[in-house]
Design a protein around this ligand. Structure first.
Ligand code: COA
Length: 201
């Protein structure tokens, strides 16, 4: 695979949402936070598109990996820089979309998850890898590695640590290869995420 990574533009947001939704549909931690099988692919696409839109609108980074310079999107990474200021308007604008897509009866689970994750975020300035995902058909071909290498090269110049939550053992191994080390765990509805920090390079 000829993987090319570049920043997403606003018009790429629906594609980013769809690729994240496809990749994370069956992730156990995501399922604990976002349960429900009814219309699941479309609901998740709307949720992740809203996340990507909020991130871009607030000065965060959404990277896309394509197979070929102008080829199809095969992977997405969503990064929050240390100075991300999630604008109140950017968030408020997405509330109706998010509530409808999460589903009113699943809101308590989603809020419980958000609180559990927020409680473990480092209190010191850091970059946060909120999501990284490769399309199911593209896995194991270097997409995730290319997304990580691309942004970490830029982060290395800033002397900042990087934080993430790994939701599978296989993804933890990948992150360890890039210098992340486990720092703790988060239990959520029977699923476990591992918190990891990469010290400043
Ligand atoms: C995790 C993920 C982003 C890695 O991207 P990728 O393009 O498949 O990874 P690469 O080809 O660059 O690197 C391969 C390594 O990724 C890790 N990996 C994690 N999940 C994997 C999967 N489902 N398939 C293949 N490799 C996976 C393995 O450590 C693998 O190394 P190995 O061959 O020595 O076991 C991608 O597999 C994915 O989207 N998985 C499903 C969603 C997910 O788990 N996201 C991470 C949540 S924290």
């Amino acid at each position: 695979m000829d993987v090319h990574v570049a920043g997403a533009r606003p018009q790429d947001v629906p594609t980013a949402g769809r690729v994240l939704a496809d990749a994370l549909r069956d992730d156990a931690v995501m399922r604990a936070m976002l349960p429900g099988d009814t219309d699941r692919p479309a609901r998740l696409s709307r949720i992740y598109a809203a996340v990507a839109r909020m991130t871009l609108a607030s000065g965060g980074v959404v990277d896309l990996a394509r197979d070929g310079a102008a080829g199809p999107v095969v992977g997405v990474a969503v990064w929050e820089p240390p100075d991300l200021a999630l604008g109140r308007w950017a968030q408020l604008r997405e509330v109706p979309t998010l509530v409808a897509a999460v589903g009113v009866r699943h809101l308590p689970a989603a809020l419980r998850g958000l609180r559990a994750f927020a409680a473990q975020r480092p209190r010191y300035p850091h970059w946060f890898l909120a999501y990284v995902a490769a399309a199911p058909a593209a896995r194991g071909h270097g997409v995730g590695s290319a997304l990580l290498a691309h942004r970490l090269a830029a982060v290395d110049g800033t002397g900042m640590p990087v934080y993430l939550e790994a939701t599978t053992g296989a993804s933890s191994r990948l992150y360890e290869r890039f210098g992340f080390r486990p720092t703790g765990t988060i239990e959520l509805g029977g699923a476990t995420a591992t918190t990891m920090v990469r010290p400043p390079a």
